[in-house]
Design a protein. Sequence first.
Length: 577
Amino acid sequence: MMTPQVITPQQMQQILQQQVLSPQQLQVLLQQQQALMLQQQQLQEFYKKQQEQLQLQLLQQQHAGKQPKEQQQVATQQLAFQQQLLQMQQLQQQHLLSLQRQGLLTIQPGQPALPLQPLAQGMIPTELQQLWKEVTSAHTAEETTGNNHSSLDLTTTCVSSSAPSKTSLIMNPHASTNGQLSVHTPKRESLSHEEHPHSHPLYGHGVCKWPGCEAVCEDFQSFLKHLNSEHALDDRSTAQCRVQMQVVQQLELQLAKDKERLQAMMTHLHVKSTEPKAAPQPLNLVSSVTLSKSASEASPQSLPHTPTTPTAPLTPVTQGPSVITTTNMHTVGPIRRRYSDKYNVPISSADIAQNQEFYKNAEVRPPFTYASLIRQAILESPEKQLTLNEIYNWFTRMFAYFRRNAATWKNAVRHNLSLHKCFVRVENVKGAVWTVDEVEFQKRRPQKISGNPSLIKNMQSSHAYCTPLNAALQASMAENSIPLYTTASMGNPTLGNLASAIREELNGAMEHTNSNESDSSPGRSPMQAVHPVHVKEEPLDPEEAEGPLSLVTTANHSPDFDHDRDYEDEPVNEDME
DNA sequence: ACAGGTATAAACACGC
DNA sequence: CGCGTGTTTATACCTG
């Protein structure tokens, strides 16, 4: 059923639960790549030779005052080689991943260890490199712990700390024009964290960024100590590494898919796709914007993160939420998200899932109306009812955007609550809570997509394919706040919630088309909705939501709904500026 | 041009 | 009186 590229959640679970590899085993996997890398190495060497030759030619030509035409030729040649390299890397990466997967399932621990010489350097797919660095950095920073792993010393030889050089190489073809193709060569000794103490991907804001760790380390030295002691090369760490590996892989796959889809969309819409990614058009492709932004947020240090390169190495270790690129924000901010967005743009649930985490950390205005958000907040609550303050808290918790300008959006929330009939105020002992009158809410939904059932179907079905991603996405993106394993293993109900919310809106729209506007609720009289009762002892009857609706409402139960994590209202005051 | 939905701002009432 | 909550009005924008 599954393609070799996609890992099912079950598989992920398997990996997480039972298949803890020893470092040796992990190493074996790596060694299996050596054969592959050999050929690439050859290519690289060839390329380097070419480089030198080209350099010579350039010099000669300069002295001889030859035609620039020839230089052009040379440059093109270089480019071609680079592309070749990139392709090779791509291929190898895929190969590697599939091999790894095999390795996960059928391990041959007895395999003799090949000497992992520097040949691997620069050719290991970036994320693997990164992972190895993560595994081994502690051992180099300080002296290795008691058990010596033969491979450690050499794997750390050339891995730079935050892979900027590699990134820039891949991103920037001009880097080769100086003849100094910065593909990692063995001699180019690593500038590790000593040189860039603050750029360690696992260390940021005084906190260890190891997935699920978040240990506080005052300075870099203590961080290194911590890394060495807590994240030594043991089963746990390797398992975490592997999970992270899968996470990155999934992310890349998803990114590639979405890019492909975007391309297809734009092609279909006859948009000149000269620069597909940069399309600043009022198309307002929420998903693409989100993707690129989340990417930039995730790896702010790899600045030249051109979305056009499918092999763009996503730095697997993300930074904290503090790296909010305000410049990007502002480009999106003015864009008036219209409700039609939700219906005209085929937002997949995967997008939403990503959006969810994205909006949590990035101060980007969510493309949903206040009413939708309020309703979502209420429906996510166990009791399907929230006080005003709890609604506030939900907003601030789920959307970074709503952590400022509190006066404005809170006013808007109150305004919406009062204005829309779909929000019913219910007084109970402790005060008043707000509930959602689904019927009323569905009534107000436009009949937009009634004529395009295929779209609906598409959106609904797309949820299925996104589901396996949730855990991984969540694990990788929420690592700042939530331990990796908890999220990865149990998944995140909140993600499903938002996704289901959209589906619910769609279902509602469909239901609306089915039942037209006649109030199909048997239990409630239309009058009741017209006159919002201000004192209601009983919550809304859930049974009046039939079919798909009831399905969703039950799915909206989120067991780990974290009330306690309420944000204070304080963040409103400028913590950013 | 118009209606409907929405966002934003603001005035006001009310209770604690 | 200040504050939170809730209601209402006004205005502007967008979309069909």
